[in-house]
Design a protein around this ligand. Sequence first.
Ligand code: UDP
Length: 368
Amino acid sequence: MSFPRIKAVVLKPMRIAFASTPVGAIGAGQGGGVETTIQSLANGLASLGHSVEIYAPLGSHASNANVHQVQGTLQVSMQEVSRTEPIAMTKGSVLVGLWDLIQQQQDRFDVIINFAYDWLPMQLTSLMRTPTVHLVSMASLTDAMDKIIISTSHQHKFAVAMHTATQSSTFVGVSSNVRILGNGIELGNYVFNSNTNGPLGFIGRISPEKGISDVVAVASRTGLPLQMWGLMQDDKCFSDALAENPLADVHYNGFLTTSELGQVIGECRGLLVASKWVEAFGNVVIEAMACGVPVIAYRRGGPSEIIQDGLNGFLVEPDNINSLVSAVARLETISRAKCREHIVNYHSVNAFAQRVEDWLVARCATSV
Ligand code: UDP
């Protein structure tokens, strides 16, 4: 899969509203990659001449856009519920509050981009006067979400976009109109480092679906130190992984801001991505590569569309720790400069914002 570079065309500036995730404030980490995507895309669209305002839970901050903060109870992230779980709306839900406010203020915008992986914004698509689109941030997780995502994609041409084709294919029967947008980062935040002798790295929420036990096992088996950065969402999966691998030299550094993270990732000789679920994209893959760090990942989900095996990392058999360990031994064959080059070419925020702009234009053209 390649993420095309769209030729820039001169367009009328759009007034764009972002509806953020209701699982946490922007900057707190519960929203994972969505938080990074929102912030970098706001910058990218602004640099193309558009104006962006963000509607997000109380406590959210973004350096680059006006943030309308809304108080309310956070939603439980869909990755924590079972496949047959019905849609739940908590009392005083921040999701309801966000969309009440957006509905009241919608005439101030040309288009609204929803980032919540939730039922309500999708259901509201037909009721909004302002064209509303949805950038789906996770792969298929529950039957109820599959149903609303698939039906929205058929009822409203170009209303739904995903990050990767692999993610899209998990929604069986989704419309072929779904846009595949990849993702993008602000390259200036990520410092290139040519050193090949550093520790192994892991970046992400410390949670079972991230394959924490496999990552720690690789540290133990290779004898290399492992630096870990990310929000501690599940203490038990972390302590279990340490108990299973008592010899692993693991350093947990907590949750860093994007700019702090961009300074340190480059120290790593390689990043390990051993996810047990289908990553919709895998922001950490492009963040590491931007710093010159090759990525070793299971051949599953978004990372399998980003990593070119042998060129900027390795794709290995899913759930096979031996294959991760043997790829670590081959890390020195990867050119760190090529890793950075790949991100400059395909995953800069500018390239991403141009793909998003193209999508918004297509959606708005069908809504008039
Ligand atoms: N992240 C961060 N600080 C940390 C660790 C991670 O800001 O200490 C960010 C990281 O930069 C990335 C996001 O968390 O943008 C994780 O996104 P990804 O798509 O890899 O996984 P998700 O959490 O969405 O499943």
